[in-house]
Design a binder for this molecule. Sequence first.
Ligand SMILES: *Cc1c(COP(=O)(O)O)cnc(C)c1O
Ligand code: SF4
Length: 390
Amino acid sequence: MYFQKPNLRANDFPSSSPSTWGTVSPENWGDWTWQLRNRIQTLEQLESRLELTGEERAGTILAGKKLALGITPHFFGLIDRNDPNCPIRRQVVPRIEESYTAPDEMLDPCGEDSNMPVPGLVHRYPDRALLLVTDRCASYCRYCTRSRVVSGAGEQELTMDMEGAFSYLEKHPEVRDVLLSGGDPLLLSDAKLNAILTRLRQIPSLEFIRIGTRIPIFLPQRITRELVTMLKQHHPIWMSVHSNHPKELTHEVRSALERLADAGIPLGNQSVLLKGVNDRSDVLKELFHKLLLCRVRPYYLYQCDLITGSAHLRTTIREGQEIMEQLRGHTTGYAVPTYVVDGPGGGGKIPIGPSYIVGMADDRVILKNYKGDVYEYPEISQTRLAGLRG
Ligand SMILES: *Cc1c(COP(=O)(O)O)cnc(C)c1O
Ligand code: SF4
């Protein structure tokens, strides 16, 4: 008989409380500008709060040359200081493996730089474009696919020509969907973001605007009433957040997501499949269930890009497919994202199944269901139609 493990933690949204930090007032802790000012950005700051392994220490010394170290007090508070393999820690504390380059790794694994008609505007798909509006984030993910330009530490600078991007979009009415990204767009001030959204809304061919952000997870205090009131002036606005592990969904994060959802902003989530972080179906299932409780629909699960220095965080695609097989059909359909790989070098997102089609012929398709049982779907065909008439 099929037996499902009882889900013990889906309703559990613990708090990342100021007590994890030491002396700070609840007012400061709840103030996003305090959180930003007090980010962990140096080896000294990190070491004073966390006992580093040799790999982490060496990695942090080198981080300044590639992708800066940055961790908000809120996110830092989620780290289990006694566990060097803590899934939160693995995402934001640098490791020496980041300085190794495995074969086939690239600085620009999605080939974005060659798809930029205007600096900062990636136009790869026929009807949608990606607008990079800043190179800064609240915290830095060690596997960031855009680490070549994000954080200001690497050799390459993000150049942006916002006016050029607006006039490109005006001249290309086939683009009906613009995705604001970066860096993290919600790190801009309300006024700057308002100006960008207002300008985009003057372009009649633009129907759909979405914002890709990890701020609700890294810095939930940033999701203020003022911000959501401004955002909802520009509806329809959609948002894709980025969370990878159920521990990230704290009480504060849930409240931030609820403020966004209450403002009528449909929320999706993008996760990256990361070795030692979330490469288990029970971990992802718990994450996706908790997201549904926060009114966030799991949208994509990304195979980790071939970004330079990511080999220690990558799984195989086969492993990813096995995880997906343990989700699809075994839980709420809304909790199951599409598993995709960004075609290396610039192929765009490619769904990588697994496939439930076992075989296809002119007259039938052989399928398997989530339990592996085989079913046959007879195709309507000319012969069959003729048989009906005859
Ligand atoms: C991901 C992405 C988009 C959006 O793709 P959707 O599948 O519509 O979410 C658009 N442009 C670029 C360059 C992207 O990488
Ligand atoms: S929040 Fe996004 S852009 Fe910023 S470091 Fe993480 S993955 Fe990269």
